[in-house]
Structure formats: C-alpha cells, structure tokens
Ligand binder design. Structure first.
Ligand code: PDD
Length: 324
C-alpha cells in the first residue's frame, strides 16, 4: 500500500509526499507518532529507514549544502533567515534548488507534526546537486535532491560554561557557504574533544581580506559555532566575508546588542585578545549563546558576567517571544 498526499503551497505549486515506506504508511493508518521523521525526494519515513542512492553526489563528493534550524514550542525559530542562508548557499555553489521556501516549510511542518515530542526539535535539511555517475563536472539533466529530517533536541545547558581548544583554521575560502563538506570542521571538533574540551576555536595564521588587508593569527569561528567576545562593554565579533559562516544566532546577538545600547564591533580579534577577553561567547542555533571558562587549559572570561547574562537573557527571551 502506498500513501500519497498532495498539498498546494502558497505559490500554488504542488508538493507531493510519497510516504511509500511501510512504516510511514502504518503511521498514517494508525495515527502513531514517530520518534523522528525524515524526507528524501518525496519519501517520508523514520531516519533509519531513509535510503539515499549511492550516486547522490552528496555521497561521494559532498556536493551539497545544508542548514540547521530549531523548533521551539512547536514553532520553527528564525526560519526565514535559515531559508535565506540556504538559498544563498545554493546560489554560491550553483545548485539549482527546485523547491520554494513555502514548499520547504510545508515539508518541515508535516515532518514535525509526525513527532511524538514536538517541544524542542532540530530541523536539518540538505540539497545535493543531483544523482549521476561519478564525474566531477555538473551532471547534465539531473535535479537537486532534498534530504530533510527532524528529531527532538533539547536546548544545550545555557548555564554551563564551555572549554575551548584552539586549532589552525585549515579551511578554504568559502566558509560563508554552509557546505556539507565539513572535514576540517570535523577534525577541529574532534581535536577539541581529544583535548577534553567542548568546542574548537579556529585560528587563521594568515588571512587576506578582499581589499588586500592582511591579518595574522586571528580567530575566525568555532568548528560549528561563531565566537565573539565582550571587552570593555563592547560586543566584538569577526566580520562577515569568506572566512566565517554568517551565523543566525550571531546576527541576532548583534541585533539585540544594538537595540539595547551595547556597542557592537565587527572586526577580527587575535588569539591573544581572545585569551584576554572579559567574556568569550559561543553561539549557534542549537547552543544559543554560552560563555567559555577555559581556553587551551587556561582560565578565561568571567570578568563581565553581568553583561554576558543580560545578552544571554535577551536571546532566550527572543526565542520564547518568537515561539509562543
Ligand atoms: N552549525 N559556524 C559554523 C562553521 C557552523 O557550522 C555553525 C552552525 C555556526 C553557527 O551558525 P547558526 O547560528 O546559524 O547556527 C557558525 C550548525 C548548528 C551545524 O552544523 O550543526
């Protein structure tokens, strides 16, 4: 038996869900909730039952882009900004992504509606360039693949400070693209774990901005987070460009600081400045914003807890306000 649901999105294009796995069909029949839910090109099932073909270019080239959003109280948080970044990533790597944002939102909503626990949910989706025999240039006549999943995830412990470990930033110059090619980030994250830490801080030994300005030994970002500091009452964070991911949490921290009269400076900081920061702030969709207490084994931060707590509180209030 095969269950099909056709929905119309706001722009009147059709979204077709072929929930042709036995589990999804059974779920529909019995109305049972799922522990997690995934989607691949029209098929819906539990994550562990999704089948991705070997020749999906994500498998052998990592030829794709992704995004991660968070759903709180059943409501996706800042989803438009995640969509903006995702479509921009597609554009930057020339993936012709056929779904509209309304269609994406419909699939997200559908998947979330299937979960037994919908309070706090991680939403992951990726587009790969298509399915074709392995060959480096773009395949002809192949359509982008959409893979998505949702699963319950609690917000990380906001009051627990993090230990950081510095690593060389060995990535290329497209860090603004949220590519699924994450090997340097994975190595950085594991190096942090191996050092008994929670997150890595990536340091570029040499960095050239587009205007030719050269920087040395500067902090770019974490393995999977943005890194900012508080110093003398200012919120300081690396500028947008090719060397960091434009984090959604980062951009809202900037916005909240500005709205609340806290000066914001977007510039690179050195490792020495990081070590001497009043507070180090680690931000991401799933981390929200947390402080650091240790950098390469030495104590850091803890010198402006009042301002840190205020900014963290503003961010948590925003999450609660937006997701009523
Ligand atoms: N990581 N920098 C990098 C390299 C990241 O991978 C992430 C997010 C961020 C923070 O971005 P945002 O605030 O939009 O989450 C910065 C996600 C959560 C991940 O890969 O799982």
């Amino acid at each position: 038996m095969r269950y099909e649901a056709n929905c119309r999105s706001k722009d009147n294009s059709k979204v077709r869900y072929n929930t042709n796995t036995r589990k999804a069909t059974a779920w529909r029949a019995k109305g049972e909730a799922m522990k997690n839910a995934a989607y691949y090109n029209g098929t819906i099932s539990a994550i562990e039952d999704i089948k991705v073909p070997l020749e999906d270019r994500a498998v052998y080239f990592g030829d794709g882009v992704y995004d991660v959003a968070f759903c709180h109280n059943g409501k996706p948080f800042l989803i438009d900004e995640h969509f903006d970044r995702f479509y921009n990533s597609c554009r930057l790597v020339r993936i012709d992504f056929p779904y509209t944002r309304e269609q994406l939102l419909e699939i997200i909503t559908d998947l979330i509606s299937r979960l037994d626990d919908r309070s706090d949910v991680l939403i992951y989706w990726q587009a790969s360039r298509g399915t074709a025999p392995r060959n480096h240039p773009f395949p002809e006549n192949s359509k982008a693949n959409l893979l998505m999943y949702v699963k319950p995830k609690k917000i990380t412990k906001l009051d627990v400070p993090m230990k950081l470990h510095t690593v060389d930033d060995i990535r290329y110059e497209m860090c603004n693209v949220k590519t699924i090619n994450l090997i340097p980030n994975i190595l950085a994250a594991q190096a942090a774990i191996d050092a008994g830490c929670d997150e890595a801080v990536q340091i570029r030994r040499r960095l050239f901005e587009e205007d030719g300005t050269e920087y040395r030994d500067v902090v770019t970002e974490g393995a999977h987070t943005n890194i900012s500091i508080l110093k003398n009452g200012e919120f300081i964070t690396a500028p947008l460009g090719h060397f960091i991911l434009p984090g959604i949490a980062r951009s809202h921290l900037i916005g909240l600081c500005r709205e609340n009269g806290i000066p914001v400076v977007e510039r690179y900081i050195t490792r020495a400045e990081l070590a001497d920061a009043d507070e180090i702030m680690i931000s991401s969709t799933t981390t929200l914003v947390r402080r650091a207490c240790e950098l390469d084994g030495a104590p850091v931060g803890g010198r402006d807890t009042v301002l840190f707590d205020r900014i963290q509180q503003l961010y948590v209030e925003k999450l609660d306000r937006d997701c009523i």
